[in-house]
Design a protein around this ligand. Structure first.
Ligand code: FES
Length: 398
């Protein structure tokens, strides 16, 4: 092995070594007649201190092997396109809503996320496999030794670079392989649609448009301005707190120092149609309830029922459910980024990235003794009420 060889690898100089300027290709006049594009490529490489040592096709152009490889690559692109199209179909049409009261029944919704993950993963895997197969089996085999240099490029060099790039496109075979051209389009189009879907979706579906239920009630409230606890969603009556199976809740159902997740007792109230509505109903010990009552924010006045309090289960940082209830310290922990909320002080954040308190849901009892979201006014009437502040993370129009 020569001293020069010991300094080089197949991909260029070994790290930390300096090579002498590349030699072996004589300088050519690029304006001379008969200069081919590859001569320009080679000259460009030479001027950049790169010596092209090996440059040869991997397969015989036009051979059966080339056609077979081309068909394999085309098939991979086409399958990537099919997987991408399956993702789009599932994204739009696969049932996504939690079944609510039919929790134990078989429901296609359970497979929504896995189907999205599998189809998208498959599409990306097949696309990658197609590109790798193309590069490894169809592109020319090249070994070059490159020197590093600084400074701007001369005009001639720019021309050479343009020729190099054009040559790369030509050598990729895309222009003379219509089958691959079509397969790439077929494979890449669904993936492009997937990438664009979040942007286009926001343009198609107006996130501020009131829910049909709100429009029916004659209210022009965007979904961000109310939750499933709004009395308009229950013919103007206070909405009951229910378990995930739709059962209403009485005070005796929650033990002292216990807690339960509650949902609005309206049609689809326990599904993710009203994903911003779940709350945590907590039965505080007497002394803890007194402590909280003594320091309620003005906004939260009258929102407790006896020793019971309910806080939104949507974290004000990024929307995760802060439902890890620490009885001893009276803290609510959010599992995503460890925000901690002080239950006895209006669920004020005391640790972590959340900066706003969790919204408190006003509690009262209806005439059958079940919890409802509402307050009793000065005239002694029960009035339904939503959360008094928007739940979850801040948004730009708040
Ligand atoms: S979402 Fe709760 S701390 Fe980040």
């Amino acid at each position: 092995m020569s001293a020069q060889e010991s300094l080089e690898t197949e991909h260029g100089p070994r790290p930390g070594t300096t090579l002498e300027p590349a030699a072996g290709t004589a300088e050519i006049d690029i304006n001379a007649p008969g200069v081919t594009r590859f001569d320009l490529v080679r000259e460009g490489a030479r001027r950049d201190g790169i010596e092209i040592v090996v440059y040869e096709p991997r397969v015989e152009p036009g051979s059966r092997l080339e056609r077979r490889t081309e068909r394999s690559v085309a098939l991979l692109f086409a399958l990537a396109g099919l997987a991408g199209a399956a993702f789009i179909v599932a994204y739009i049409w696969w049932p996504w809503e939690y079944p609510g009261t039919e929790l134990n029944a078989f429901h296609l919704q359970r497979f929504y996320t896995p189907v999205l993950g599998v189809t998208l993963g498959l599409a990306l895997f097949l696309l990658g496999a197609a590109i790798i197969t193309w590069v490894k089996k169809l592109l020319p085999h090249e070994v070059a030794i490159e020197q590093r240099h600084d400074g701007p490029s001369a005009e001639e060099d720019q021309r050479i670079t343009a020729a190099t790039l054009t040559n790369v496109v030509d050598e990729s075979g895309i222009m003379r392989r219509p089958l691959l051209k079509g397969a790439i389009a077929l494979g890449a189009l669904p993936l492009a649609v997937i990438a664009a879907a979040p942007i286009i979706g926001g343009l198609i579906r107006d996130p501020h448009r009131p829910l049909p239920e709100m429009e029916a009630a004659g209210l022009d409230l965007s979904p961000q301005d109310h939750t499933g606890w709004h009395p308009a969603l229950n013919d103007g009556n206070p909405v009951r707190l229910v378990h995930e199976n739709g059962t209403p809740i009485r005070p005796a159902d929650v033990a002292v120092a216990g807690q339960v997740t509650v949902f609005p007792g309206i049609p689809r109230g326990t599904t993710n149609y009203y994903a911003d509505s779940p709350a945590l109903l907590i039965h505080l010990r007497q002394e803890h309830a007194d402590e909280l009552r003594g320091q309620l924010y003005e906004l939260n006045e009258g929102s407790m029922y006896g020793n019971y309090v309910a806080y939104s289960k949507i974290c004000t940082h990024a929307g995760c459910p802060p439902s890890l209830y620490e009885q001893q310290t009276n803290m609510l922990l959010c599992p995503c980024h460890q925000s901690q909320f002080e239950i006895l002080n209006n669920a004020r954040p005391v640790f972590g990235p959340a900066t706003r308190s969790l919204a408190m849901l006003p509690l009262a009892l209806d005439d059958e003794g079940y919890f409802v979201a509402g307050t009793v006014n000065d005239a002694g009437e029960l009035v339904g009420s939503d959360f008094k502040v928007p739940v979850g993370p801040s948004y730009w129009e708040r």
